[in-house]
Design a protein around this ligand. Structure first.
Ligand SMILES: [Zn+2]
Length: 366
């Protein structure tokens, strides 16, 4: 990978209340027929403005399709068999992470040009070259790797501001992990151009969340599109997506996209009450404190924890409904996970346990 010829394609985007006005200008060289695929709520919210944008752009809509309700290969196959997909040059994926990931796989398999239209700001799925796929029984099926991210992401801020508050709140918690995880995971890595680029971009992921997060959450609740809200939405969808594209090798020769925070999340999935009662980004946000404790970055940890206390993120195990006697089950799961090795020095179970318990003690003291 690092020695030979390669391409790096990074996400591009348009953001604003009138983001869809750019559809014609951005898509004009890619074809005339478009199929729109998305979630039900997402389509109901985006339909009118998206159809108007298609009409202004002279695009023919072959159909508007529901993606099927989950990111799985059954839904991908159903969509691939639809003649409206076959007729299209472009695929517009509309919705949250699962809808957009499904559409990415459909477009990739059908060799269509893909554009994403996120209707929530909860993760960077709209701008990454990876799709998280599930089995029909909802269990995790693995990642699907694309050659490149969506050609362009259109972020309509009016639609984003009208989405569920908890998804946005959890999106901030997940985005908070990007800077510290990619830095820790790649700290001992070869200084390869793409990875250095990812590390540099990661440096702008935490500060906007800390500076603007509280104001953005308040504005979101009031459904007011403000400068601060837009900065945080860009952080969640675009900045973290850029880092993801730089720290995940398409040929899987390296992976520096997550570390101890997602290790905590993935390990904690052994406790049903945690995953059923708490959102991904909420659990990851506590994992960020565990990472910073493990890595002895106490100044940053204290700053982030202060933000958490203001905005309702977990700072101790009881906030996630984890009892102290359940910790060993979480620790036992950890060595089987990808993120176990995403650290500069080999991790041990006792290091990981100490980091979790020290974080909990710190959180209780606040
Ligand atoms: Zn995550």
């Amino acid at each position: 990978m690092s020695q030979s010829d390669y391409s790096l394609v990074l996400p591009a985007f348009t953001i604003g209340a009138h983001a869809y006005d750019a559809v014609g200008r951005i898509t004009k060289h890619f074809g005339k027929n478009v199929v729109i695929i998305g979630g039900k709520t997402a389509l109901s919210k985006a339909r009118t403005s998206l159809l108007a944008a298609c009409q202004d752009a002279g695009l023919t809509v072959t159909d508007i399709l529901w993606y099927g309700g989950d990111a799985n290969y059954e839904n991908v196959d159903t969509l691939l068999a639809n003649p409206a997909v076959a007729k299209a040059d472009l695929v517009f994926g509309v919705g949250g992470g699962r809808a957009i990931d499904t559409c990415k796989v459909v477009a990739d398999k059908a060799d269509k040009v893909f554009f994403s239209f996120p209707t929530v700001a909860s993760n960077c799925a709209p701008s990454t070259a990876i799709a998280v796929m599930y089995n029909a029984d909802k269990s995790f099926a693995g990642y699907y790797y694309l050659n490149q991210p969506p050609v362009h992401t259109f972020i309509n801020m009016d639609i984003i501001a009208d989405s569920p508050y908890t998804l946005f709140w959890a999106g901030i918690g997940d985005a908070m992990s990007k800077e510290c995880e990619s830095e820790l995971a790649s700290r001992a890595a070869e200084k390869f151009h793409t990875v250095l680029l990812g590390r540099a971009i990661a440096k702008i992921c935490s500060e906007p969340l800390l500076d603007y997060g509280e104001k953005a959450l308040g504005d979101f609740k009031a459904k007011k599109v403000t400068y601060e809200l837009q900065q945080v939405v860009l952080d969640i969808i675009i900045s973290t997506g850029l880092v993801s594209n730089c720290t995940t090798a398409p040929d899987q020769s390296y992976y520096y996209n997550s570390s101890v925070a997602h290790l905590f999340y993935n390990s904690s999935t052994v406790l049903p009450q945690v995953v059923e009662g708490h959102l991904h980004g909420e659990i990851v946000s506590f994992g960020v404190l565990v990472l910073l404790t493990y890595d002895k970055q106490f100044e940053l940890r204290d700053k982030i924890a202060a933000f958490y206390k203001q905005t309702g993120y977990p700072t101790k195990l009881s906030d996630l409904d984890i009892r102290p006697d359940e910790i060993d089950a979480v620790i036992d799961k950890a060595p089987s996970l990808t993120e176990w090795t995403c650290v500069p020095q080999p991790l041990t179970k006792s290091d990981f346990k100490r980091a979790i318990l020290d974080t909990d003690a710190f959180g209780k003291s606040l």
